[in-house]
Ligand binder design. Structure first.
Ligand SMILES: [Zn+2]
Length: 113
């Protein structure tokens, strides 16, 4: 299974298509997983394209400052982000993820002071 199919498979399992703007998106995604993304027509691919690239949600530091990260997540990076984040609506890139871990550590320290 290619990366696109793995991402769509994960999205199908997590109900990402439940609120799809286009009701047919889920069926197309299922077909992509079953038969391969490349078997889709250009039109069908364009329906799924927005799902295959997401912008990083960024992280907020303990001072309340959001880092405004605008990293594009696609391919393996997107799949990694899905596996890393429980919330399919809140995906972060690798750099933000390590910042987040660092902030969590800081929060722990602050709350123990
Ligand atoms: Zn980021």
């Amino acid at each position: 299974m290619g990366i696109a199919e793995q991402i769509l498979d994960y999205q199908l399992k997590r109900g990402v298509f439940d609120n799809a703007a286009f009701a047919g998106a889920e069926g197309i995604a299922k077909r992509a997983v079953a038969e391969g993304f490349d078997t889709l027509s250009t039109k069908q691919k364009s329906v799924l394209e927005p799902y295959l690239s997401k912008t990083c949600s960024g992280v907020t530091d303990p001072g309340g400052h959001h880092n405004e990260c605008a990293a594009e997540l696609e391919g393996e990076a997107l799949l990694d982000a899905y596996h890393r984040c429980d919330d399919t609506e809140c995906l972060v890139c690798e750099s933000c993820n390590s910042d987040e871990g660092y902030y969590a550590h800081q929060w722990d320290r602050i709350s123990q002071e």
